[in-house]
Design a protein. Structure first.
Length: 275
């Protein structure tokens, strides 16, 4: 084991051994201001005090529990204050994050069990076609979040609201309008809409609006939703090759009900707005 210096300080190697933090981690925590060496030589060599061991061990525990640097800082501040309530909040936030990660991994597992890579190999899609979409009256919700969560939740909310009303009729498939200019994992700006006719009353966060007529390149994807990206790619390539200018607020239309058919039979129409 590397040796300590004069009974007061220890080398970075000795401190690393005592705390089970790698020297790389110690340098990162120094850079982020979480744990500073008490002495740093002109050569860059670092020395730590025995009194810092407990702080190093706390950082090691937080790292093992998967806390990010921002949460680590908050936890270390809470340790210093003796703030048990904040530590419990941080634990709850981390558990919720783990649950989300587990859900994501289970989704990936289900996709792999369905031979996801073979589906890509065997995937065949029609060529995109140009369509002129007419104006469309819809009930919509605009929200932010993760695609796989907010889209089905919002479709469900709108449909449940509409089926309770006697003077309104759903007259088309649910669709989503993407308002972002880029792909986002967790904070996507999306608008979920259901075409309607008749007199309609909307609940909080919903609105009745008319989507304008627009020209699109349309392509229908058959298969699991997570593979619809291939249809987007094909539509984008077609637009480039044929001189179209791609506009924003592109759409996906869900042509059948996932509660009635299996993932292999899902039909999704990609509508790339162009001029």
């Amino acid at each position: 084991m590397p040796v300590a210096d004069n009974g007061e300080l220890m080398t970075i190697g000795a401190f690393s051994m005592m705390t089970r933090l790698t020297q790389r981690a110690l340098r990162l925590y120094e850079e982020k201001g979480l744990l500073l060496p008490v002495r740093k030589e002109i050569t860059g060599y670092r020395w730590y005090a025995y009194s810092q061991i407990n702080k190093g061990i706390r950082l090691k525990i937080l790292a093992d529990l998967g806390f990010g640097l921002h949460s680590m800082r908050e936890a270390m501040d809470a340790f210093d204050r003796g703030d048990a309530d904040r530590l419990v909040e941080l634990e709850n936030e981390r558990r919720a994050e783990i649950d989300r990660n587990v859900d994501g991994l289970l989704t990936v597992r289900r996709q792999l069990e369905g031979n996801a890579l073979l589906e890509v190999l065997n995937m065949k899609e029609q060529e995109p076609v140009e369509k002129m979409l007419p104006e469309m009256r819809v009930v919509s919700i605009r929200t932010k979040g993760k695609y796989s969560e907010v889209i089905p939740q919002s479709i469900g909310r709108i449909c449940q609201s509409l089926i309770k009303q006697s003077q309104v009729r759903m007259c088309g498939s649910p669709l989503v309008i993407y308002h972002d200019e880029e792909y986002k994992e967790n904070d996507a700006d999306v608008e979920i809409a259901v075409p309607v006719t008749g007199k309609v009353t909307v609940e909080a966060e919903m609105e009745v609006k008319t989507l304008p007529a627009t020209k699109v390149l349309s392509i229908v994807h058959k298969g699991p939703y997570h593979l619809v990206t291939h249809a987007w790619g094909k539509a984008g390539q077609y637009a480039k090759q044929h001189g179209y200018k791609v506009l924003g607020q592109c759409r996906e239309v869900y042509l059948n009900d996932p509660s009635e058919v299996g993932p292999a039979e899902y039909l999704t129409e990609v509508q790339l707005r162009v001029e």
